[in-house]
Design a protein around this ligand. Structure first.
Ligand code: HEC
Length: 126
């Protein structure tokens, strides 16, 4: 009888011992999981909705066309890998003394700006 109790305690002890470690292991893997960057199609959808009215192919404002990846990358609005130094992001946030875009309209949502930022951070690929 005493032996059974002993074994029971040993099993409980093992379970308590391994419990927290398991939790730690799962939380550390999830925090280092790579975030999936937005593809350019998602970014273009934002520009098409909010920007191309003024930044189209014909006489775009500030010389910046936002109609497609090629047109955008021809200019200097994007510094691939470096959103904070990209004119595009500075304009979306109204940072660094830039006029906030879209002009004469409410700013984009944080989600939309993050999408563009993540895309630039991931290399601004087509
Ligand atoms: C209603 C017209 C209009 C819309 C819509 C608009 N822009 Fe602009 N944008 C302008 C004008 C005008 C300028 C030039 C501002 C200046 O130099 O004073 C400009 C300038 C810029 C610049 C250069 C900023 C600078 O300081 O050099 C960027 C980048 C830009 N726009 C991005 C965008 C993006 C991204 C969107 C969509 C989210 C957008 N714009 C929507 C009119 C617009």
């Amino acid at each position: 009888m005493a032996r059974t109790i002993c074994i029971a305690f040993a099993i409980i002890g093992l379970c308590i011992g391994c419990g927290p470690k398991e939790v730690e292991a799962t939380s550390s893997t999830s925090s280092t999981a790579p975030s999936t960057a937005a593809g350019y199609a998602d970014v273009q959808a934002v520009f098409t909705k909010s920007c191309v009215g003024c930044h189209g192919d014909t006489n775009p404002k500030a010389g910046i066309s936002l109609t497609n990846h090629e047109a955008l990358m021809k200019g200097t609005a994007v510094t691939a890998g470096d959103p904070a130094n990209s004119l595009l992001i500075q304009a979306l946030r109204g940072a660094d003394g830039k006029k906030q875009m879209p002009m004469n309209a409410p700013p984009l949502t944080e989600d939309e700006i993050k999408k563009v930022e993540d895309w630039i951070k991931a290399g601004a690929k087509a």
